[in-house]
Design a protein around this ligand. Sequence first.
Ligand SMILES: [Zn+2]
Length: 95
Amino acid sequence: MNKRETIKRFKCLDCKVSTLDTNEYYMVEDRVWEKAGDDEGMLCIGCLEKRIGRKLECKDFSKCPLNFDPMWAKSDRLLDRMTNGSNFLYRSNPT
Ligand SMILES: [Zn+2]
């Protein structure tokens, strides 16, 4: 993937940070995204949480391969949210 071409669609709608640079590329369940009020674009963790008024939990993340693909690096707070809650969805690669 060409980073320069895709950079725009990875920009956080609210704070304009590139979610590629901050390693906050992820997918959440539709009900979470609907609550945030946007069906297009990206939000960083902080802005999404501000919109929905609470912290994200592991159950908020979609069970799509993207969320578990080791090729996408994850920021500390993204990892924190993905492993927050009783039933862990995300397990980091032990290697
Ligand atoms: Zn943001």
